[in-house]
Ligand binder design. Structure first.
Ligand code: G
Ligand code: G
Ligand code: MN
Length: 452
């Protein structure tokens, strides 16, 4: 799919259908031809753009419907271009047969059509028309001797509700269409401004992320993990925080998935490690640092350990590193993780299974992989005092940990009551707001005092 502004109004004038052939002199007749698509006889995007501008200039409320035939290139490849063209013709006829008032129909690209509908009667009337349109398009089409059923995706936007000018209207309808395609096609959507804003914010954030990592805008916060029997601090979990130079702090739930999409997770982890190295100078040397990683990053960390970067500060001793892997992320990949994990452990790095109890195949992961430590997911701990079933699950997990000789950590301990309860159940380690929220490096020294 490639709908969009330039697509419809194309810098290339009339688009592929109306281009004057080389050597021919464009005359008036040819320019007239440039407003039509020669396969279907409908307007092309040039003609369509003019019709849209005319309607908007005249102040008619207008709905723009963008139609994209799903997997048309596959259809073309399977049944051949000639029959493909017949499908396009059949679709064009369906559209013409709608006989709606004040419609303008166009073929905008290879497998894209556009429709202008009168929106004087508001969104509901437009929605009814679009629903009818989608039904019409899903009826089998004659393609030569064959009948073909093609599914389509439709994106809809209205003036003045979603935009006031042609450019905004096309952008809105394209955004709606993109969402339909992303959800698998075969459906329709009206533009949703909230989604569009979220999308814009994401795009902007993605543009900022790489620079932010380089500029050190993403910093480690530290949350202690406490030995529930001795009250001493065992290690610090490193949690990334993005102090954006011109926005409110951005939480990791938002930027970590973006980093993942952009293959920036390891640069991010590396920059955190470097920062931790600088931060920890005055802290007790027995403390370890737990980094959250996706399973795919374990190899990268091994490379980092084998060939430490030439930082002037030196590098972090692998024996002071822990790697937390979320159970959900590990999924069924436990087998692939085994060797990588063994090598990490051979360097003295501990590997922790995070969010235990959520996701699938958890117990299998414990059976297959020699974790040093397991964190019981917060959902069990938050409810433990009031939900006997949550408590029963935690008991079971603790017994399992004991049998496998794995250290168990309860995360999200918020109350003294829960800390006592868990200690009573034999849970050795705990983490949570009761002890401390994740804090910036300046506040770690006082934590070291408190939990010495
Ligand atoms: O702090 P909290 O809201 O801080 O963290 C939310 C989620 O983000 C947690 O699941 C945590 O594991 C994850 N997270 C925090 N920092 C990092 C990081 O540096 N890398 C990865 N992959 N996840 C992180
Ligand atoms: O997925 P992971 O376990 O890495 O996530 C750590 C997350 O747990 C961070 O977002 C951190 O802020 C959050 N967290 C830490 N302590 C508590 C707590 O006591 N209660 C709750 N609800 N969340 C906590
Ligand atoms: Mn974690």
């Amino acid at each position: 799919m490639n709908t969009g502004l330039t697509h419809i109004f194309g810098k290339h004038g009339a688009g592929r259908d109306g281009h004057p052939h080389q050597g021919e002199r464009p005359d008036l007749e040819m320019f007239r031809g440039m407003r039509h698509d020669h396969v279907t006889g409908l307007s092309n995007r040039h003609g369509f753009g003019e019709a849209l501008e005319r309607r908007l200039t005249a102040g008619h409320p207008t709905a723009l419907v963008l139609i994209d035939i799903d997997q048309f290139s596959t259809i073309n490849a399977v049944i051949g271009h000639r029959q493909g063209d017949q499908i396009l013709l059949a679709i064009a006829d369906r559209l013409r047969g709608l006989h709606a008032d004040h419609t303008h129909i166009a073929r905008l690209g290879d497998d894209e059509f556009g429709l202008l509908l009168d929106a004087t009667h508001g969104l509901q009337a437009v929605e009814a028309a679009v629903l009818h349109l989608l039904r019409t398009l899903t009826q089998p089409l004659a393609a030569g001797l064959d009948e073909v059923t093609a599914s389509s995706s439709l994106g809809v936007a209205l003036t003045p509700t979603h935009a006031l000018d042609a450019e905004g209207l096309i952008r809105a309808a394209t955004a709606a269409l993109t969402r339909v395609k992303a959800a698998g096609g075969g459906s329709w959507r009206v533009f949703d401004p909230h989604h569009d804003i979220a999308q814009q914010a994401r795009t902007q954030m993605k543009a900022d992320l790489q620079a932010a990592i380089q500029a050190g805008e993403i910093v480690p916060y530290y949350q202690p993990i406490i030995d529930l029997q001795t009250g001493r601090m065992l290690s610090l979990e490193v949690l990334a925080r993005w102090h954006h130079h011109e926005r409110a702090p951005i939480p990791p739930d938002i930027f970590i998935p973006l980093a993942e999409e952009m293959d920036l997770e390891t640069p991010l982890t590396t920059s955190l490690m470097r920062r931790v190295l600088a931060d920890q100078h005055d802290w007790p040397p027995h403390l370890t640092f737990a980094f959250n990683l996706s399973p795919g990053q374990m190899r990268d960390v091994i490379s980092l350990i084998r060939n430490p970067p030439a930082w002037p500060e030196g590098h972090l001793d692998p024996r002071r590193m822990e790697i937390e892997i979320a159970a959900v992320a590990l999924g069924e990949e436990a087998d692939a993780a085994r060797d990588v994990m063994a090598e990490l452990q051979s360097h003295g790095t501990r590997v922790v299974l995070d969010d235990f109890g959520t996701g699938t195949a958890n117990i299998t992961q414990l059976r297959q992989l020699p974790f040093d430590r397991v964190k019981i997911d917060r959902s069990f701990i938050l409810d433990i005092a009031h939900d006997p079933r949550a408590e029963a699950c935690v008991r079971g997990m603790l017994t399992l940990g004991q049998s496998l000789n794995i250290d168990m950590v309860a995360e999200a301990i918020e109350t003294q009551e829960n800390a006592n309860l868990l200690a009573g159940l034999g849970c050795r380690f705990g983490q949570g707001y009761l002890f401390s929220r994740p804090v910036p490096s300046e506040e770690v020294a006082s934590l070291c005092h408190r939990y010495a």
